[in-house]
Design a protein around this ligand. Structure first.
Ligand code: FE
Length: 191
């Protein structure tokens, strides 16, 4: 990573910590929790089991807009669910999945407050005329080894969202620009 990119990311993380502390997210979650669970979506064909434990998916030389996603996992009665295993996987900034190794794949455990934090790069749209995917990030949540939720997260304002048959506005992240990067948030509600 170049010094410039490192500085950008440091600034991104610092401003996110100030603007969106975990306690604030939880307070907001409780305020607008209506008891409905996060919609499920297909894992698609590109899930690879056994991804390493890591919350930062970036690797040296990996191009793309820095993206930080923070949020929490709560139950339908708005209580934090600690220790949930979250597996994230996505394509790169050129729309390519790594189906041989674990590039842009990783898992982490939600902390005692149900919070998670993923550092990555923004994925590109991919596909052709017949099969067009708008930018998205796949995620699978497991509790005690049992599947709790598989879904996908989407980016607001993408022109390709409405041309993607899988797109669901309930799965849009809140997204802010911070310097040259993006900071998103999403709360998962599991039954
Ligand atoms: Fe995909």
């Amino acid at each position: 990573m170049t010094p410039t990119r490192r500085a950008i990311l440091r600034g991104l993380l610092a401003s996110a910590a100030v603007a969106a502390p975990g306690a604030g997210l939880l307070a907001r979650a409780a305020a607008d929790c209506d008891g409905s669970t996060t919609p499920r979506q297909t894992p698609g064909p590109f899930f690879t089991p056994g991804a390493p434990a890591r919350s930062d998916l970036r690797e040296p030389g990996l191009p793309g807009t820095p993206l930080l996603i923070r949020g929490e996992v709560v139950s339908t009665d708005c209580r934090p669910v600690p220790g949930v295993r979250l597996d994230f996987w996505q394509c790169d900034a050129a729309g390519r999945y790594d189906n041989d190794g674990f590039r842009l794949r990783g898992h982490q455990l939600a902390d005692a407050a149900g919070a998670y934090e993923l550092t990555t790069v923004k994925p590109a749209a991919y596909g052709g005329l017949l099969f067009r995917r708008t930018p998205h990030i796949h995620v699978r949540l497991r509790v005690g080894g049992a599947e709790a939720l598989t879904t996908q997260l989407y980016f607001p304002g993408e022109p390709t969202n409405d041309r993607d048959g899988l797109f669901d506005p309930r799965l849009l992240m809140r997204l802010d620009e911070r310097g040259e990067g993006l900071v998103g948030s999403f709360r998962f509600v599991i039954g």
